[in-house]
Design a binder for this molecule. Structure first.
Ligand SMILES: Nc1nc(=O)c2c([nH]1)NC[C@@H]1CN(c3ccc(C(=O)N[C@@H](CCC(=O)O)C(=O)O)cc3)CN21
Ligand SMILES: CC(C)C(=O)C(=O)O
Ligand SMILES: [Mg+2]
Length: 278
């Protein structure tokens, strides 16, 4: 487990990735992968496998706590997950997602929440949803010394206003996404997630901005790509969004292992002598 760890090209694995490394990577034309993580074991594996940025997403609402939407999850729910991911990693930059209700009231509330994720969670950066409407919050948090990743296009916390899971920025709406992208960069964001926007719009934003763009359902021309890990690894079953690619079948593998354990207990084959103390 001590072999050379690939992180960003040219960056040694013996220190944490910093936001400036990600901006430098963009200048060199290097793409990078990002995944969500919500626990110790996945965080350690992703860190060792060379994922330079891990997001403790508010999507824990769906993928850890079993809610239908991201709306119910709280700061107190997410803080222990952030601590676990930080403790389990040595190279990755850990980004804490600000949940719904923890920053909308304004810059003061947003900064207070971001400070909790830094002080109590040990996060290295925070992320929040919104373009022009979130610019004041992004500026306040950044001015306090906390790096902010923005998130525009489809913003799941607003799905009740948006009216479901919908591509944002088609046709004339592209101007809205572009204005949001420029606003968050101007406010001081170090990167911006583009979720479910047309590939052409994501390409334009990526070209326009000096900060890296992180696509999810935004085509191949962003600087980085992010997926929810349970989608990427096939732990989540059922219909996945079109932007998901499954790189493994963890649900199938875990089902097989579970059935084997259950069968061996029922059949009296487990535990065997080697598992027994005398
Ligand atoms: N497991 C998981 N993966 C995610 O990507 C994710 C979460 N959870 N939770 C928070 C948000 C919600 N997101 C979602 C959820 C569903 C679709 C979806 O069903 N998309 C369909 C319909 C698109 C359409 O109607 O235009 C698709 O086929 O892509 C997209 C994004 C992205 N985030
Ligand atoms: C999908 C990513 C960008 C996210 O915000 C989350 O997982 O919460
Ligand atoms: Mg999120």
């Amino acid at each position: 487990m001590s072999e050379e760890v690939p992180t960003l090209y040219g960056i040694a694995a013996n220190r944490r990735i910093r936001t400036r490394d990600l901006i430098a990577a963009k200048q060199r034309g290097e793409r990078w992968p990002m995944l969500t993580s919500y626990d110790q074991y996945t965080a350690s594996i992703f860190d060792q496998a060379g994922i330079p940025v891990l997001l403790v997403g508010d999507s824990a609402a769906n993928n850890v706590f079993g809610y239908e939407t991201t709306v119910p999850v709280t700061v107190d729910d997410l803080l222990p997950l952030v601590r676990a991911v930080v403790r389990a990693t040595s190279s990755a930059l850990v980004v804490a997602d600000l949940p719904f209700g923890s920053y909308e009231e304004g810059p003061t509330q947003a900064l207070r929440t971001a400070v909790r994720f830094m002080k109590e969670g040990g996060a290295h950066a925070v992320k929040l949803e919104g373009g022009r409407r979130a610019a004041a919050q992004i500026a306040a948090i950044t001015d306090a010394g906390i790096p902010v990743m923005a998130h525009i296009g489809f913003t799941p916390q607003s799905e009740h206003v948006i009216g479901g899971y919908r591509v944002q920025g088609r046709g004339d709406d592209a101007e809205r996404v572009l204005a949001d992208a420029h606003a968050v960069a101007e406010a001081g964001a170090f990167a911006v997630v583009l979720e479910m926007v047309p590939g052409e719009v994501a390409k334009r934003v990526t070209h326009d901005l000096e900060i890296p763009t992180v696509g999810i359902g935004a085509g191949p021309d962003t600087d980085a790509q992010v997926l929810v890990w349970q989608d990427m690894a096939g732990l989540r079953t059922g219909k996945a969004p079109r932007f998901v690619k499954r790189y493994a079948d963890l649900a199938g593998e875990l089902t097989r292992a579970t059935r084997a354990f259950a069968d061996e207990v029922r059949g009296g084959e487990f535990p065997a002598g080697e598992h027994t103390f005398h």
